[in-house]
Design a protein around this ligand. Structure first.
Ligand code: OGA
Ligand code: NI
Length: 351
């Protein structure tokens, strides 16, 4: 179990404290600098033409996706084909879940063995500095790991919405993976097959960032890159929070209405032999508003060896990573918590 008694950040926030406990205070170098906001934003990609039969339009969209994955590791996808109503209902049902009484949520309290359920920390180091957020983590795929009895039974529409939302997002992830494969010069099904074909993994992490009396001292989620394959984030609709690292600066993403924020995870960085980048990101919190976000992780089957595609390895560009399963790989973040990009960066060819 956890190294210390679990404190729900939402309870702390709702207690009306004016100063946050020391455990949430980041060292000065990690604190958000609200002063120098950059006037740039991550690319926006219109997916309408990805699904078009017009060859030129299709190719143009692939180029946009490719340059976003190389330069930013992130883009906002619009005209992605998923119902805006479904997105909104799913996000709002989760907001209602977090607004239920503590006792109801505690029935789903999680443990670091699987992380499934209601949680308030990532990592099991005793005395670690914690992030200002609670979350709910669940498995969607493979089906044998899916256990709807571990999903919230309240609000009553929650389980059905998770199923429906998951099915739609999985479909979209499949399409994006094809686009990424093709734009890397690989066969259309390369990445999907390397992920395990039909046997991919998919999990949902719903983040709840309670309002914070001292947002300049802490983070909602510390800097990290996503360990898995690809992430589709549904951010809250009228409040920013996500920051992406670009040339050493933190760029605050301004969510485009009804868009998904797509980002490359470490496993695609490995498979693409670092042509596509899994980029560091973090979350800042807000003094007056709670924020809800849904991060859907599309991952390789967890016991497959993941390695750079042979087609992307040459004498000039040797393989930057040696094979490793995603099960082994994610032990790091599950032990140490979010710590920038240290894992994929420094593990090099003997990671
Ligand atoms: C994550 C994540 C960003 C956000 O859950 O991995 O990066 O805006 N979330 O909540
Ligand atoms: Ni992330």
């Amino acid at each position: 179990s956890w190294p210390e008694p679990v404190v729900r950040v939402q309870s702390l926030s709702e207690s009306g404290i004016r100063a946050i406990p020391d455990r949430y205070i980041k060292p000065p170098s990690d604190r958000p600098g609200f002063e120098n906001q950059e006037h740039v934003d991550i690319p926006v990609v219109d997916l309408k033409n990805l699904f078009s039969h017009d060859h030129t339009l299709h190719e143009e969209t692939l180029k946009l996706i490719s340059s976003a994955c190389k330069e930013w590791g992130f883009f906002q996808a619009v005209n992605h084909g998923i119902s805006h109503e479904l997105m909104k209902c799913t996000r709002e049902v989760w907001r209602e879940f977090f607004n239920l009484p503590l006792e109801v949520k505690q029935e789903y309290a999680n443990a670091p063995t699987t992380y499934e359920g209601y949680g308030s920390r990532l990592g099991v180091q005793k005395g670690a500095i914690l992030d200002w957020s609670d979350y709910f983590f669940l498995h969607y795929l493979p089906v044998y790991l899916r256990n709807p009895s571990k999903w919230p039974s309240l609000p009553s529409s929650c389980r059905d919405l998770i199923s429906e939302y998951g099915a739609e997002v999985v479909k979209l992830c499949g399409r994006l993976l094809k686009a990424m494969s093709t734009s890397l010069g690989l066969k259309e099904d390369y990445l999907q097959n390397a992920f395990g074909g039909e046997d991919i993994g998919a999990c949902l992490r719903v983040n709840f960032y309670p309002k914070c009396p001292q947002p300049d001292l802490t983070l909602g989620l510390s800097s990290h890159s996503d360990p898995g394959g690809m992430t589709l984030l549904l951010p809250d609709h009228d409040i920013a929070g996500l920051q992406v690292r670009k040339n050493g600066k933190w760029i605050t993403v301004k969510p485009v209405p009804n868009a998904f924020i797509v980002n490359v995870g470490d496993q695609i960085q490995v498979m693409s032999n670092a042509i596509y980048k899994s980029v560091e990101h973090r979350v800042i919190v807000n003094p007056v508003k709670d924020r809800v976000s849904l991060a859907f992780f599309y991952n390789p089957k967890s016991d497959l060896l993941i390695e750079p595609a042979k087609e992307l390895v040459s004498e000039d560009r040797p393989a930057l990573y040696s094979p490793m399963t995603f099960d082994e790989y994610r032990l790091y973040i599950r032990t140490y918590g979010p710590r920038g990009k240290t894992q994929v960066e420094f593990s090099g060819s003997n990671r």
